[in-house]
Design a protein around this ligand. Structure first.
Ligand code: SAH
Ligand code: SF4
Length: 395
């Protein structure tokens, strides 16, 4: 295990996107204000800006259109102007695997050639898209495959929104212009539980979620979005105030001694500091319950005593406890708790009055289950100078 050297503070090199050939700026991921400013900067008269913004927004996020020339309610020369200055680009899907259980895993390539994974999980009556926020992760949780990969960079807001858009492309979910609501949604929920720590890429995640939540476009309400954090305490209140989505916390242990080992960020913000902040979250965000994620590791954190300590610790916080059977990956240092153990643990929590669903592993056959994601980017790991050069930056 690598916890002794674990970076527990933010150590992130954020690289702006390399402009594509021809220097066109991507409109995907811009907030309404930013998009309006971009349109004005390109020559849209201020008086028309509000209307043009609404039209372009609708084409991009309402109908999933990528070609300005298809925006038929705009004048032809205005379409040409936009096409000259801008592009509507989402990350490129390099491969798509479909599990025996219907789970889809997309490997997608972003600027600079780096790769992240996106997972779509169809369930009865809903479909959840698990979105990545970083390439790799600066944190080094010892049970997590992504944690063994060095962080390469933060994703931009456009690359985060783009993951939602490419899933809708693949599922054929964009309505036709003029068509009303299409009934049941294929991507009905988003979880920020892919690669990376979303609260260490706060601004991009916030802007991306604002685009996704916007009622005129993709329009997924804030209750359909869940952000999972390992416990970046100072950013949790901001998440409530600036995003207002549901919160999940990777809790995983009931003593600081064990949590320090499993989730090394605990050395910076321990269980008490985390719980103190969590107590305010529901009020601040007007959300109902916080999800406590708890990975079941054989002989490490799965005793009856752990279950009893867990319910004591979270007393007073509106909570749901999500038990995650550990998903193995090549070389992982733990084993999954037995089903009898997981059920006994769940039972103690349930009797204490909490919902305690056991998360069914999905897409294990394609390494798409929780904590199994890790892109091949690392295999060709590069120096910061090389990465900066690829992204079009001076090293
Ligand atoms: N960085 C964020 C979100 C991504 S991880 C976070 O840590 O919360 C999403 C969830 O999967 C977290 O609860 C994480 O602890 C859990 N997880 C990581 N590796 C796992 C594994 N191998 N098996 C089961 N769950 C795992
Ligand atoms: Fe990063 Fe989350 Fe994995 Fe920890 S569990 S290493 S925070 S992605």
């Amino acid at each position: 295990m690598t916890e002794a050297s674990a970076p527990i503070t933010q150590d992130v090199l954020t690289l702006p996107r390399k402009l594509p050939e021809g220097g066109k700026a991507n409109l995907v991921g811009l907030t309404r204000d930013q998009l309006r400013a971009a349109l004005i900067e390109a020559g849209t008269p201020e008086k028309q800006a509000k209307m043009r913004l609404g039209q372009v927004w609708q084409w991009i996020y309402g109908w999933g259109v990528r070609d300005f020339h298809a925006m038929t309610n705009l004048a032809k020369d205005y379409r040409a102007l936009l096409a000259e200055r801008f592009e509507i680009a989402v990350p490129e899907v390099v491969s798509r695997q479909i599990s025996a259980d219907g789970t889809r895993k997309y490997l997608v390539r972003i600027a600079g050639g780096h790769e992240v994974e996106v997972v779509y999980i169809p369930e009865e009556g809903r479909g959840t898209l698990c979105v990545s926020s970083q390439v790799g992760c600066t944190l080094t949780c010892s049970f997590c495959h992504t944690g063994t990969q060095k962080l390469v960079r933060n994703l931009t807001a456009g690359e985060i929104v783009g993951q939602v858009m490419l899933a809708r492309d693949d599922l054929g979910e964009w309505p036709q212009p003029g068509q009303g609501a299409t009934g049941e949604r294929l991507v009905s929920n988003i979880v920020l539980m892919g690669m990376g720590e979303p609260l260490y890429n706060f601004d991009a995640v916030r802007d991306a979620m604002r685009v996704v939540m916007d009622g005129e476009g993709i329009a997924l309400g804030r209750r359909r979005i869940t952000l999972s954090t390992s416990g970046v305490v100072p950013e949790i209140a901001r998440c409530a105030e600036e995003i207002g989505c549901q919160l999940a916390v990777s809790f995983h242990a009931t003593t600081d001694e064990v949590r320090d080992r499993l989730v090394p960020i605990n050395k910076r913000w321990n269980i008490k500091a985390l719980l103190d902040t969590l107590r305010d979250y529901p009020k601040l965000s007007n959300s109902e319950r916080i999800t406590f994620e708890y990975v079941m590791l054989d002989g490490v954190n799965d005793s009856d005593a752990d279950a009893r300590r867990l319910v004591k610790l979270i007393a007073g916080i509106p909570a749901k406890i999500n038990l995650i059977p550990f998903n193995e990956w090549p070389g992982s240092p733990y084993q999954r708790s037995s089903w009898e153990r997981i059920e006994a643990f769940a039972d103690i929590i349930y009797k204490a009055g909490y919902a305690s669903p056991i998360r069914t592993p999905r897409g294990e056959d394609i390494m798409a289950a929780c904590g199994q994601l890790k892109s091949a980017t690392e295999r060709a790991r590069k120096s910061r100078a090389e990465i900066a050069a690829e992204a079009g930056l001076p090293a």
